[in-house]
Structure formats: C-alpha cells, structure tokens
Design a protein around this ligand. Structure first.
Ligand SMILES: NC(=O)c1ccc[n+]([C@@H]2O[C@H](COP(=O)([O-])OP(=O)(O)OC[C@H]3O[C@@H](n4cnc5c(N)ncnc54)[C@H](OP(=O)(O)O)[C@@H]3O)[C@@H](O)[C@H]2O)c1
Length: 305
C-alpha cells in the first residue's frame, strides 16, 4: 500500500482510507460479522487509516471497531483513527429532537469523550468537524481544539464538507494547521474541482479526502441528477477505460481521483473483502491526462470549451 503525509504533518496515511460508515450494516449478527471481517481485511491489506464519525450507526460502528482493536491491541498505534463530531443526530438529547449542527464546546467535548469510550482508545489521531455549523464561534472551537490536544485526547484536527471560506475562517483562529477537508467527490459531484476546495487544499497544503468516491459509478450518488442518457454516455467511457486499464469501472474512478495533483485521498466504504483488496489496483494504474479529461467530458456531456 502506498502512503502520503497528511496536510502539513508528518503523519503517514495509506493512500486509500477505509471508511467505517457501513460496517454494521443492518446491525444483524451476520452483518456485524461481515463488518469485522472487512476491517480485518483492510488491516491485512495495508490500510492504515480508518474513518469514523460519532453518528455512524448511532455509535455502533465505533463500538464494532473497538472489538477488532481488543482482539489485536498491537494494531492501535500503527493506524490513524479519524472520527468526526458536530452533527447532533435526531433524538439527541431528547426523543423527537431534530438533527442539528453543533460546534459548541460542550457538544464537541461530549462527542469526543463518547468516541473515545466507544472505540476504547486513549486518543483520536484526527478529529474532523463533520459539517459546517452556521453558528460556529471560531474562538470557541479553537479553544476546545487546544484543550483536547493538551489533554492528549485528540492529536490533530480537520474539517469535512467545508467551503473554502469556512476553512480559511477557522484556520485563521487555530494555532495549528487543519490537516484535511473531507468532501464528497465522485463522477457525479465534482463541486470540489469547481468551488475552490481543491485549489485551497493545494495552496494551504491541506489533504482533500473524497467520501462516496464511487457514487455515480456503481450506485446513484446523493441527489443524483444524471439522466438515462448521461448514464449511458458515462458508462460507455468507463467501459472503454476499463478495457484499456484492465480494471473494473469503479477502480478506474479511483484512479481518476488519485490523478489529481491535490493528492485526493479516496475513502472507500465497501465491506466486501475482495473489493477492499481490489481497490489497491487503482494505485498501480498509470492513468493518463487524456483519459482524465475524457471522463470529465463524458460526465459533463460537452467538450471542454
Ligand atoms: N464526511 C461526510 O459527510 C461523509 C459522508 C458519507 C461518507 N463518509 C465517509 O466515506 C466513507 C465511504 O463512503 P461510501 O461507503 O459511500 O463509499 P463508496 O466506496 O463510494 O461506496 C461503498 C458502497 O458501494 C458498494 N460497492 C462497492 N463496489 C461495488 C461494486 N463493484 N458493485 C456494487 N456495489 C459496490 C459497497 O457495497 P459492498 O459493501 O456490498 O461491497 C458499499 O455499499 C464512509 O465509510 C465514511 O467513512 C463521509
């Protein structure tokens, strides 16, 4: 497995991250077993970075992951554990409460304590603010980050789904560099290419992470706007490239993401062991500039002007 340094730090992450959002499936015994096997496979295959959030499976994904760490205590210090906070899920703290974004000091600390106790670890390598809280007080966030770092509970910080202006604003208050901005990037959602997110990552040396990286290839991406005609055109280009590179379409998609000079870290979420292994094939593809543009044009439905 190839690796890269996260943001301005010296922390080495595997070049593909394993996302733990789906590891409990429907929380049945069988799907939990499948989820544990997926994590074991990811560790065996050299993935060293695992992405969580306090809300994944209502906390059950972090709990399941702790079972693996319990069985293999030597693994903890060899991997990066990321978790996220800032989305107060519905029914929290009271039944029928709606979901809200919450970057208050009280909520961030409570969320980190919860993640540490579910994961049964002493520290998180990386904590991300999950989605922008419009009522964010950056001084308060910076203060709580500092306290969490001083206490050794969180080593590094980053953000997720932040617009460039929101990153700049928060960074201007934080005494240490934000390491990542985790956003949706896939063949359907290329906003990060267009709204300055990837430019800013390159400018400030922030590592972009792509969630749902194969959305729009093997399943419809969030808020799908592709027509049938779009899908046929895009699939046809994927099929051509699939033959050329001798790799399945979704692996070509990963290669497309990896090609970008901002050094996008795709976060894969498959729970199928053979796919966890196969994703690494994308790292071996010598993906051409020409094919990158061909896929972009197939996606857009028009040539570059
Ligand atoms: N920050 C955020 O707001 C945010 C939001 C969403 C997700 N995330 C993070 O991003 C991670 C990845 O997201 P994701 O799980 O949506 O990633 P993904 O890798 O795009 O999608 C994984 C899904 O695709 C299926 N799949 C994979 N290959 C397939 C194939 N060849 N044919 C059919 N189905 C296939 C998998 O099914 P199988 O399991 O059956 O293989 C799984 O259901 C999450 O785990 C989470 O850590 C972050």
């Amino acid at each position: 497995m190839k690796s890269l340094k996260l943001g301005k730090s010296n922390i080495l992450s595997s070049r593909i991250v394993y996302g733990c959002m789906r590891i409990i499936g429907d929380n049945s015994i069988d799907s939990r077993k499948k989820g544990k096997q997926a994590i074991r496979t990811a560790i065996e295959e050299g993935y060293t970075h695992f992405d969580h959030a306090d809300i994944y499976g209502g906390g059950k994904c972090e709990e399941l992951f702790s079972e693996i760490l319990g069985e293999n205590p030597e693994v903890r210090d060899k991997i990066i554990i990321t978790s996220k906070c800032g989305i107060r899920d519905k029914n929290n703290p009271n039944e029928n409460d709606p979901a809200r974004y919450d970057f208050s000091k009280e909520y961030i600390v409570k969320s980190v304590e919860g993640s540490l106790s579910r994961l049964k670890v002493e520290y998180l390598d990386l904590l991300l603010l999950h989605r922008p809280d419009y009522l964010c007080n950056p001084e308060e966030v910076s203060e709580v980050f500092q306290e969490l770092q001083d206490s050794g509970k969180v080593l590094n910080f980053g953000v997720s789904n932040f617009q460039p202006s929101q990153v700049s604003m928060l960074q201007s208050y934080c005494p240490f560099p934000l390491l990542v901005n985790q956003v949706e990037i896939n063949i359907h959602n290329i906003n990060a290419l267009l709204d300055g997110t990837l430019d800013q990552c390159q400018e400030l040396k922030i590592t972009p992470q792509a969630w749902c990286p194969i959305g729009g290839v093997v399943y419809p991406a969030w808020g799908n706007t592709f027509s049938k005609e779009d899908e046929v055109r895009i699939k046809s280009e994927f099929d051509n490239q699939s033959k050329k590179y001798n790799a399945e379409n979704w692996i070509v998609m990963l290669a497309w993401l990896l090609k970008h000079p901002s050094m996008i870290l795709p976060i894969i979420g498959t729970t199928t062991p053979s796919r966890i292994k196969a994703a690494k094939q994308a790292l071996e593809i010598d993906y051409s500039r020409e094919d990158w543009y061909r896929l972009l044009e197939a996606r857009n439905g028009y040539p570059v002007p």
